[in-house]
Design a protein around this ligand. Sequence first.
Ligand SMILES: [Ca+2]
Ligand SMILES: [Ca+2]
Length: 140
Amino acid sequence: MEVGDKDQDGKLSKDEAIAAAKKLFAAIDVDKRGSLNEKALADGLNEVLLPPGVPAVRGRGPGGPVTNSLLRKANVDREGKLSTEQFAELAAAFLKEWDTDKNGSLDGKEIEAGLTGLIPPPKFGPPGEQGKVPPKGDRP
Ligand SMILES: [Ca+2]
Ligand SMILES: [Ca+2]
């Protein structure tokens, strides 16, 4: 995990995680409003989370579910907005949560495990069906 690892020791310290979160927030907050609503955050995270070469489709991809997790964790309701400070606090909270060996920083394995828990497994269903498929048996 090289992202945010400023001193390149292969681990993400709390300071590095917070700095990376602020940088990420600034990258998503293109209007420089200092706060992001659910949609802006989801779209921004989609572009960050999707592998290079995979086009980001608005309203789909991992950004939505991840955003829901983030907003829930930050105690921000669906109408609310997330500020830079809240986003940084989230980074610190995740670091604490994912730091399974309690050494105060995240190594690659811890980050991978944490992200896996945060991002739902990719679905390869037909395009346009993701996220709006009614429960089985619900159709006439
Ligand atoms: Ca580091
Ligand atoms: Ca650790």
